[in-house]
Design a protein around this ligand. Structure first.
Ligand SMILES: NC(=O)c1ccc[n+]([C@@H]2O[C@H](COP(=O)([O-])OP(=O)(O)OC[C@H]3O[C@@H](n4cnc5c(N)ncnc54)[C@H](O)[C@@H]3O)[C@@H](O)[C@H]2O)c1
Length: 247
């Protein structure tokens, strides 16, 4: 129970990778606030977290809206009084080849995946900086490192998250706050379940470990970065991808 007495905030925490991160934080004793656009799922996940024995609240919040995030930020601090871990996990895809990609497809993905991280860090980081301790983990993607046809918007957003992570790591280091990113490869979640068999097989050929990852695989890396064992680690991007991208 290394995180007893600590508080985490996880965006996109109602399902998938974000939910698993929230569950693991709760199992290590942390109180966890989650924010997501999916109202009933968010409430259900917060209830599951309370069943683990910690305090948890689900906030319906669109991270791409600064006003939404600011409003939730005030409520979290009022309710929990402190914040130790910030996990920017909310993300979407709108995959299309560039010639078919509309300005709206571009804007939506950049607004949630990149501006959403800015919004959350802008609102919540003052509390971490004031405490002179805290850990931020941003969920990027290996696609932000290597690109992918049909995912120019997604790749740009996730590459942006890496630039943001490294800049913030340098800005926040003097105040004892670490900022790192995790870049998952292909993970079994709602985001990947609709993939056709032939695409799945092509992917498998790119993964040396010959299997898709699980939400637990990604959450384990996040938990390391949130632990005391990672106190001297900041500005890093840790790939969790079965060896797909080695650099
Ligand atoms: N699944 C993968 O293979 C994979 C690979 C690399 C990176 N990722 C990244 O991991 C993160 C989690 O993805 P996942 O696979 O669990 O997908 P998911 O779709 O299951 O979960 C994403 C969560 O974010 C929430 N969300 C979406 N838009 C939001 C918004 N505007 N405000 C608040 N919440 C919002 C969704 O409702 C959902 O609960 C994403 O950032 C994704 O890009 C996933």
């Amino acid at each position: 129970m290394e995180h007893t007495g600590k508080v985490g905030f996880v965006t996109g925490g109602s399902r998938g990778i974000g939910k698993e991160i929230a569950v693991q934080l709760a199992k290590h004793g942390a109180d966890v606030a989650i924010a997501d656009v999916l109202d009933s799922e968010t409430q259900a996940t917060a209830a599951e977290l309370r069943d683990i024995g910690v305090k948890s609240t689900g906030y319906t919040c669109d991270v791409s809206s600064f006003d939404d995030v600011e409003n939730v930020g005030k409520q979290v601090i009022e309710e929990y009084g402190r914040l130790d871990f910030l996990i920017n996990n909310a993300g979407i895809v709108r995959d299309k080849l560039l010639l078919r990609m509309t300005p709206d497809d571009w804007d939506q993905v950049l607004s949630v995946n990149l501006t959403g991280v800015y919004n959350v860090v802008k609102v919540f980081s003052p509390y971490l900086l004031k405490q002179k301790q805290g850990k931020i983990v941003n969920i990027s993607s290996v696609i932000g490192l290597i690109g992918n046809p049909g995912q120019a918007n997604y790749a740009a957003s996730k590459a942006g998250v890496i630039g943001l992570t490294r800049s913030l790591a340098k800005e926040f280091a003097p105040r004892g706050v670490t900022v790192n990113a995790v870049a998952p490869g292909f993970i079994e979640t709602a985001m990947t379940e609709s993939l056709k068999d032939d695409v799945r097989e092509q992917m498998m050929n790119l993964i040396p470990l010959k299997k898709l990852g699980t939400v637990g695989d990604v959450a384990n890396v996040v938990m390391f970065l949130l632990s005391d064992k990672a106190d001297y680690v900041t500005g890093q991007v840790i790939n969790c991808d079965g060896g797909m991208v080695m650099a």
